[in-house]
Unconditional design. Structure first.
Lengths: 531, 380
């Protein structure tokens, strides 16, 4: 592959006139996958901080029993918008940003296949979130019905923020679908010669599968919000029993989207971890093929487990049994993944750079979230866990120490490639260790209060939960503040630092390490040959 | 190596302490056979997860410690093994089947609400529970009893803060009690951890659940489904009595109901003073109206309308009585004709028409309320 580098160098000189425009127009008009990737990532980090600030409001109110800071209606708006922003504004755009940056470089493509659509799919996003955030300022406030917007709380019993919420979700959905189409078209059509399916880096594989999930379920979400809209404003009765509808049907439709959505937020994470662990173990990924099959099985199973979010809604016992068995089944391919990562490390030559630290934390803590997920699958026990802090602990382990940690791991792993500079190791270490400790102080005791009977989404609680809630809040503030260190690391890294070589990590494999650091504005205009 | 063994030992000793039932840390065993089964299932799956986790992470940390580059570890070349991969797919599968069997048994028992001794219809509404003893002609609302001062940190919080109600649901022990759950507005979820019963109350549909309580006592739970602003303030309290005491309670409740009816009838001929009505009306308002319309009568703009200066409150008395009695369909405004007595209704309407600068001077008598109720019944 060494001829690739030479080709790149000549290509680069040849295309000097293709350098980006200056100023704001560069970013507004850009069709370059690296620019758009950066936009997505910066946007996601901004949303992460805004959503995090809302979490701080929640934790401040819950620091002590009694109502201190906010009224319950505003508290509900905070939990709702925190969830929406973190899911649709922070985690999903971060993965799309990583896909934009890395997928073309990993498969030897010059850019995404549909660059103009790429521009559009990013630039409609800020407006979606402006609409969502602006709804907080309208009379009666923003969405207060939970990010799951169960009818009829979101229809008959909501104020007019529902209309803005629906519009914002539609825009987010359009953006996601366009992004997903772009990823699929790019991977199917723009692989370099010789890049056969079973040579694809796992991050590309997991994103390909994720993109199919997105295309399958985002329209379902669009359908759900549209029905909510027409129920509220156009006298339909999809979810209103008085007109022949059924509020539980809303939950079936929502979770038919919602469960695959969970995997949309974790499959790319699996890809990132499967990239980082071999690099710093200096050993090939164990069980590449079984990783691909496991990811596909998880994706397929994700379509037949949705009602495990709804065990208490009053399902026939046969339905409960089916969804319990199907859900338990997911732990098999997920287990295979964890075993494969451990086997990759086994008898490797391991070193502990920051991306690897985050990856190891991911494996342990994501697995913890997986265990509580398995517990939640046991229907009789779920009746006790459901809608308590046990569930809150579960999905934050999967989404924060899972998805978010993998994004952090990926960001540290590829930052030198993006900026051409090494990040500040000392600050990064502080960021890692502070995050690791505080995230567990934050989320681990939630298991206890949940088991002891504290429901989720309440602004005030009984006295026996007070001690743990104080600890949880302290962990929350510490974790929130620690993330400012991450912002500082990224900012400093973008500004300067020790120069990074083309192959930043000695154990790394893949085409992205064959191009200079920082990656030139245009890469692989002539496709590389893969042996 | 000594360190590792010590840590493992510590975990094995510490875990059962953490996992003690009825502690602050763990699920309650509860007071029914079912809740005990659920607790056992919970502990079984928890221990299985712990064992798997300890094995997997012991292997991983062994590698992290011994296969470090800084220790001069050279990477091995293997990257697949069909044998191992089949093994670690098959073993979890077998464990899952072993787990599914007891779970299935318990679930089937939980969902069999047949042959019940008594049936209670549980209706959720924003933000209170209504209990109806089917066939016994007893029904009442159960509302949070924690004073607002405690919630607002103006008074010291007492032991059962937020888990206390004015009238608990009273049930007999050793009887199979069937619950029929429904809702008047949004989705609520009726949950008592000690019974392992959590079932959604869906508007327009009826769900079934059951319990058989083994020990007398007070059992406390909460609404478990986000149901709007005061979701955190609608507790469930069940008082379980021995069978004979339950029979006495039931007889007393029936007698009290007859007395209340007689008192209402006597009210029809009386004229109550404005002062008496306003004093009572303020109490009723704070308990039943202030959650939405606020103690100040200002409402929450965009969500709940203000009563201060409201055209309905300042307008025709009959329209005002009508909306309080029958609610406003398609909004959060509930019908209060079944929730409050005619005296309470007269008082609260009088209060609203004279509070916060709504100086209409109107005084509404219980007989007017009764007339409106009769007229509505006739119209139907």
């Amino acid at each position: 592959m060494s001829n690739v580098i030479n080709e790149q160098a000549t290509e680069h000189a040849h295309h000097d006139h293709h350098h980006p425009a200056k100023g704001f127009k560069r970013w507004l008009y850009t069709t370059n996958h690296k620019d758009i990737g950066s936009l997505y990532l910066i946007f996601s980090l901004t949303m992460f901080l805004i959503g995090g600030a809302m979490a701080m409001v929640i934790r401040a109110e819950l620091f002590q029993p009694g109502l201190q800071l906010v009224d319950p209606h505003f508290f509900n708006q905070m939990t709702t918008v925190h969830g929406l922003i973190m899911v649709f504004g922070a985690v999903m755009p971060a993965f799309t940003g990583l896909a934009n940056w890395m997928v073309p470089m990993m498969i030897g493509a010059p850019d995404m296949a549909l660059p103009r659509m790429n521009n559009w799919s990013f630039w409609i996003l800020p407006f979606a979130f402006l609409i969502l955030l602006a709804s907080l300022l309208m009379p009666g406030g923003g969405p207060a019905f939970g990010w799951t917007f169960y009818a009829p709380l979101s229809t008959t019993y909501s104020n007019d923020n529902t209309a803005l919420f629906v519009f914002a979700v539609h825009i987010m959905g359009i953006s996601s679908i366009m992004g997903a189409i772009n990823v699929i078209v790019t991977i199917v059509n723009l692989r370099a010669p010789g890049m056969t399916w079973m040579k694809l880096p796992l991050f590309v594989w997991t994103w390909l599968i994720t993109a199919f999930l997105l295309i399958a379920v985002m329209p379902v979400l669009a359908g759900a919000v549209t029905m909510v809209l027409t129920d509220k404003y156009f006298a339909t009765s999809f979810f209103d029993a008085a007109g022949g509808g059924d509020p539980v049907m809303f939950q079936h439709i929502f979770w038919f989207f919602g469960h695959p959505e969970v995997y949309i937020m974790i499959l790319p994470a699996f890809g990132i971890i499967s990239t980082i662990v071999p690099t710093f173990s200096r050993k090939k990924l164990f069980g590449y093929a079984s990783m691909v099959y496991a990811t596909s099985s998880i994706a397929l199973l994700s379509f037949i487990v949705w009602a495990h979010h709804m065990f208490t809604t009053g399902m026939p016992v046969a339905g409960e049994l089916f969804f319990m068995y199907a859900t338990m089944l997911i732990s098999v391919p997920t287990g295979v993944k964890v075993f494969n990562w451990v086997a990759t490390m086994w008898r490797g030559s391991i070193s502990f750079e920051i991306p690897m630290m985050f990856a190891i934390a991911f494996i342990v803590l994501f697995t913890l979230g997986g265990f509580s997920g398995l517990m939640l699958a046991i229907t009789p026990a779920d009746f006790q866990y459901h809608d308590t802090y046990f569930v809150v602990a579960h999905f934050h382990y999967v989404l924060v120490t899972g998805a978010v940690f993998s994004i952090m791991a990926g960001a540290y792993y590829w930052l030198p490639k993006w900026t051409g500079n090494m990040y500040n190791e000392t600050l990064a270490k502080w960021h890692f260790w502070l995050s690791l400790v505080s995230v567990n102080v934050l989320f681990f005791p939630m298991h206890f209060v949940g088991l002891a009977g504290m429901p989720r989404r309440i602004p005030d609680y009984a006295l026996q939960f007070a001690d743990f809630n104080a600890i949880i809040s302290i962990g929350g503030f510490a974790f929130g503040l620690s993330q400012l260190l991450f912002v500082l690391v990224v900012f400093k890294c973008a500004r300067g630092g020790e120069k990074a070589p083309a192959k930043v990590w000695d154990g790394a494999e893949g085409l992205e390490w064959e191009v200079d650091s920082p990656a030139p504005y245009h890469t692989f205009e002539t496709p590389p040959e893969i042996k | 190596m000594g360190k590792l063994r010590y840590t493992l030992w510590l975990i094995l000793v510490a875990l059962p302490q953490l996992a003690l039932a009825n502690s602050q840390f763990n699920m309650r065993k509860g007071v029914t056979d079912i809740s005990n089964n659920v607790y056992e299932l919970h502990m079984t799956i928890f221990i299985i997860c712990c064992v798997i986790g300890i094995i997997v992470f012991a292997v991983m940390f062994w590698a992290l410690i011994h296969h470090r580059k800084s220790k001069g570890a050279k990477p091995a070349q293997f990257h697949e093994s069909t044998k191992v991969e089949i093994l670690w797919t098959a073993i979890p599968f077998v464990i899952l089947i072993a787990m599914a069997i007891p779970a299935t048994k318990t679930l089937i028992a939980m969902e069999d609400a047949s042959k019940a001794d008594i049936t209670i219809k549980v209706t959720g509404s924003q933000w209170k529970w209504h209990y109806e003893y089917m066939g016994e002609d007893i029904a009442f609302y159960s509302i949070l009893a924690t004073p607002k001062d405690q919630i607002d940190n103006q008074a010291e919080k007492t032991e059962h803060y937020l888990l206390e109600v004015d009238k608990p649901l009273v049930l007999p022990i050793n009887k199979k009690v069937r619950f029929l759950m429904t809702s008047d507005d949004v989705i609520h979820s009726w949950w008592v951890p000690d019974f392992a019963v959590k079932k959604d109350a869906n508007p327009g549909f009826i769900n079934e659940a059951w319990t058989r309580i083994n020990e007398p006592g007070m059992y406390r739970g909460q609404c478990a489904e986000l149901c709007g602003k005061d979701h955190g303030f609608m507790p469930v309290v069940v008082e379980a009595l021995p069978e004979d005491e339950f029979a006495t309670w039931l007889a007393d409740a029936k007698q009290a109901k007859e007395q209340a009816a007689a008192a209402d009838a006597a009210l029809l001929d009386q004229t109550l003073s404005k002062d008496e009505l306003v004093v009572l009306g303020e109490q009723v308002y704070m308990a039943s109206c202030a959650a939405c319309h606020q103690p100040t009568g200002m409402g929450l703009p965009g969500v709940f309308p203000a009563l201060k200066g409201s055209p309905i409150v300042l307008g025709d008395v009959n329209d005002h009585i009508d909306i309080v009695l029958h609610g406003k369909p398609g909004t959060a405004m509930q019908a209060f004709d079944k929730q409050l007595s005619i005296k309470q209704l007269a008082a609260v309407i009088t209060y609203k028409r004279n509070a916060w600068g709504n100086n209409t001077g109107d005084v509404i008598q219980p007989s007017q309320i009764q007339a409106a109720i009769d007229a509505a019944a006739e119209a139907n």
